[in-house]
Ligand binder design. Structure first.
Ligand code: ZN
Length: 160
């Protein structure tokens, strides 16, 4: 089908708008999907399997600790948060782009989340915890995350 220049510009614009509105639903959907137990692609499951490969004893979803960390490795006094890029506002990440509709609402909500994350990490560090954040968009690069986890844990391996 042929379009005049103006028409095709309009079409492109409405497509772009649709895509932007999808940001929220896509991010929300993937976060919800990720929380469904039994989901093979759940970010928490990916990280859990990495921790098992590293032979680290961990507890997951620890409600007794501030911020309800995704993982706690008590032996190394280390906490790992697995953060969704949208809800936790991953810096310079295309997944964290705010929707263009209801801008003020989203800005307040998402930046509020970010500030809370930062406060929680600060307080946990104050209590002597090592805090590691793993972003959901990085889970595709498992080798890099493994390397990072190894660096974080092996140098501090207790003497036997
Ligand atoms: Zn990201």
């Amino acid at each position: 089908m042929m379009f005049t220049r103006v028409e095709s510009t309009c079409l492109k614009e409405s497509r772009d708008k649709r895509r932007t509105m999808d940001v929220y639903t896509k991010a929300k959907r993937s976060e919800i999907m990720a929380r469904i137990k039994g989901s093979k692609t759940s970010p928490e499951k990916i990280v859990a399997s990495m921790l098992r490969k590293l032979k680290l004893k961990f507890r997951s979803n620890v409600k007794s600790l501030l911020g309800q960390p995704d993982f706690v490795i008590p032996l190394y006094k280390t906490i790992i948060f697995v953060h969704g890029c949208f809800w936790h506002n991953h810096r310079n990440c295309k997944r964290s782009k705010l929707p263009t509709t209801n801008k003020a609402f989203w800005r307040r909500k998402i930046l509020g989340n970010k500030q809370r994350d930062m406060r929680i990490a600060r307080l946990l560090r104050k209590e002597g915890w090592h805090v590691i954040t793993i972003w959901q968009c990085k889970l595709g690069e498992q080798r890099q995350i493994m390397a990072r986890l190894k660096r974080a844990f092996y140098p501090r391996r207790p003497m036997k």
